[in-house]
Design a protein around this ligand. Structure first.
Ligand code: SAM
Length: 232
């Protein structure tokens, strides 16, 4: 008698990102002045949960990837205090200008080091940071680049360092299918897409510490706290 063969279900692949980095840069430059009106209030509550999970402390050295209009950079700069430092990297010069203005108005520009660049090539030293924060940004990288970005996050963190990621995640459902349809038809305007964030972090060597599952317009969002080292 033959034994029944057990098939492990293969997860549906995530969508590829078809637009170039140059198109992304131009799009976010164009969007930078309007981003808070278009997305700011919708995304705030998810970013805030991410900041709570990262829980930056006085004296820490924190990196934010894809800082956008700088709300989280400001909160992080306040949290690390005078003895801490916050670095940020974003592809868009427009986002940099808005963020610099925000920090200048708050009198905290001297506490931050903001750079324009591609986070697939992080210009920071190994073991430099206590924490890395990324909100609605990991899902903008094309599938082969997600492990590259996460490997670099791992490298720039100290042992025991924390990574907080806020991301749209892929789960079965109509909202995800509709969103992916828009992503395919409008690859520049809708450049992010749901990913398997927890699996990506685990594959990069992180230990997942905590996950909050939320929903934005019916789309699943996960806010994940992971650690370099520590218990699985
Ligand atoms: C969807 S916005 C999110 C902004 C912010 N994190 C927030 O939650 O409000 C994505 C940000 O990532 C930046 N970005 C896109 N591709 C990037 C890359 N390859 N490297 C660094 N930043 C990037 C964009 O310029 C934009 O500011």
């Amino acid at each position: 008698m033959h034994k029944p063969v057990q098939h492990t279900p293969v997860p549906a692949p995530i969508r590829r990102v078809a637009r170039s980095k140059e198109k992304a840069r131009a799009n976010y430059n164009r969007l930078s002045r309007w981003y808070d009106i278009i997305a700011g209030s919708t995304e705030k509550k998810y970013r805030d949960v991410g900041l709570q999970k990262l829980a930056a402390r006085p004296g820490e050295h924190i990196l934010e990837i894809g800082f956008g209009t700088g709300h989280c950079i400001l909160a992080l700069a306040q949290a690390v205090g005078e003895s801490g430092q916050v670095c940020g990297i974003d592809l868009s010069e427009g986002m940099l200008t808005i963020t610099q203005d925000r920090l200048r108005q708050a009198g905290l520009l001297d506490r931050v080091d903001l750079r324009v660049g591609d986070a697939a090539k992080l210009p920071f030293a190994e073991g430099e940071f206590d924490g890395v924060f990324m909100s609605f940004t990991l899902e903008l990288f094309d599938s082969p680049e997600i492990p590259v970005v996460l490997k670099q996050c791992y490298e720039v963190l100290k042992s025991g360092g924390r990574l907080a990621v806020v991301a749209l995640v892929k789960q079965p459902g109509t909202a995800v299918k509709i969103y992916e349809w828009f992503h395919e038809k409008m690859p520049v305007a809708v450049d992010c897409r749901p990913i398997y964030a927890q699996a990506d972090l685990t594959a990069a060597g992180f230990h997942i510490q905590d996950v909050a599952a939320m929903s934005m317009w019916g789309l699943p969002v996960e806010i994940i706290l992971a650690q370099k080292g520590g218990s699985p």
